[in-house]
Design a binder for this molecule. Sequence first.
Ligand code: ADP
Ligand code: MG
Length: 363
Amino acid sequence: MKVRSFRMAGNMNLRLAAAAVALPVAVFGLAACSGLQGGQAEVYSESFFAMDTYMTFTIYGANADTALKQAEGQIKELEGLWSVTDTGSDIYAANHSGGEPVVVDEKTFELIDFVLDMAEETGGALEPTIYPVLSAWGFTTGENREPSAQEIAELLKSVGYEKVQMEGGSVCLEEGCMLDLGSVGKGFAGDEVVQVLKESGIESALLDIGGNIQAVGTRPDGSGWRVGLKDPFSGGVLGVIKISEEAVVTSGSYERYFIGADGKRYGHIIDPATGYPVDNGLASVSVIAGEGKLCDALSTALFVMGLEGAKDYWQQNQDFDMILITEDGSIYITEGIKDRFSLQEEYRNMLVNVIEGMTISES
Ligand code: ADP
Ligand code: MG
């Protein structure tokens, strides 16, 4: 019989010093660091607004200009398919089909299939049908409100990824159930763009998709990309992660939130188990892995799971790395990025805990 024994080595303190304390609230996420001008390579960079966010694509090499246009076109096309509000989108059609199956684009099918898998994998922490609850809190319009417990309970009845069926190119939602791909769409789109760029012969590019960072290859000089991890409290750059051919995606409640009548902060990521915005002591979760879609799905799901849940999930999967920042100012990183992550000078006194892998034994 296969036995998995979970022996988690204790957290190793890289730096023993007082953790940061109450800091002012601000925007957080990831930012591409400077140092983009590598060698003599031809470089094109463009910023634009799509999928409800700002994107900046920086592409090196011959054909960079045409590749950039293609990449932008790809994003616009996917946006058209996945918008929740655009009446011409696949998602709109699925959400307003009155329980009937709707034929969707191949890419939409692929994305929904992936999201449903991840919802199951994460025990429902990732819940692509949370939309009615998200709307009740006003996150879809920006006019935030605090729904009553009764209203939330009522809305939760129409939430559940098992209410989404897929068959032969079509998707079918139970009546009242609504899909929202906001938690993974950008990551999936990033993977598509990476693919398009590679097919155009691009070997070096950095995509900033509304804070999701995705890299093609390395910098033109062969060194890794330096990605800044933003301080969820102050907005400053807290640390730097070196990546190549990978994605880094962050989720948290500091980007989109409102302050309720009770003075509490309510963020845009909802705990599907309660219908309330996540409030578990985590300030942000960043996931580093090869694929943007995995990073995006996991950053949202691990944020819902909380520190202990996220550690457990990582122990059992380990096909990604993560950086967790708690509201009391501690940092937890997985061992795989220990040597690729460094704190900025002014954060050097923060406590960094390294989460080490379990030993798998068979008997
Ligand atoms: P962002 O899109 O801000 O970078 P995320 O990838 O974490 O951040 O996605 C958050 C979005 O996902 C929310 O704005 C909402 O549309 C949706 N969402 C909120 N809670 C959940 C959840 N538990 N599971 C799946 N999607 C969620
Ligand atoms: Mg996400």
